[in-house]
Design a protein around this ligand. Sequence first.
Ligand SMILES: Cc1cc2nc3c(=O)[nH]c(=O)nc-3n(C[C@H](O)[C@H](O)[C@H](O)COP(=O)(O)O)c2cc1C
Length: 195
Amino acid sequence: MVDLSHKPRILVFAGSSRKDSFNKLLAQLCAQRIDALGGIATFIDLGDFPMPLYDGDMETASGLPDHALALRELLSEHHGLLIASPEYNGFITPLLKNTIDWLTRPHEGESGLKLFEGKFAAVVSASPGGLGGLRSLALIRQLLSNIGVTVLPDQLAVAKAGDAFSDGRLADTKQQTQLDGVCQRLVGTLEKLRD
Ligand SMILES: Cc1cc2nc3c(=O)[nH]c(=O)nc-3n(C[C@H](O)[C@H](O)[C@H](O)COP(=O)(O)O)c2cc1C
């Protein structure tokens, strides 16, 4: 576990690398709010960390891809995670699953799961659909729990995402408050653990 004597550091990313991704936008909003609420957010675009589809033979032959190693390093420097999870056919995206799969693999004798152990996470989603990607949230919660991450109960699913953002913000003030609540809970929980 990382030293918690300083401000909580939270790694923020979306399960989409699309240029105009709603989930990247939502993740960036979360990063801004985390910073404003006393944490330190690091927003990353998974598009900057491309990795091949996980393949056991490839891993045996070449080990982990360089981008997986870079992400492992980043993850080890953070106390928490904030993930914006798009929904594909009721599931999380292959990009998100593949990234987490590579990260959980062992490297030089160290278990990938050790990296996630003791971390806290919050999850949000956005979709042009009416449920806002809600179904993917249940699944990313399950996946993170499976690898030892504590996922906080607060969440936000932004429906009709094409109309939900205005000038890079959430247009609806109730949703802005909900987003603040999600970020506050994560920062606050990590602060309490430190204290
Ligand atoms: C293969 C595929 C399946 C999808 N399935 C769903 C779905 O089950 N529920 C949903 O709300 N949106 C679904 N969508 C629409 C996505 O929510 C939409 O493309 C969204 O913009 C993706 O997130 P992003 O904007 O962060 O890239 C699907 C899109 C794709 C490409």
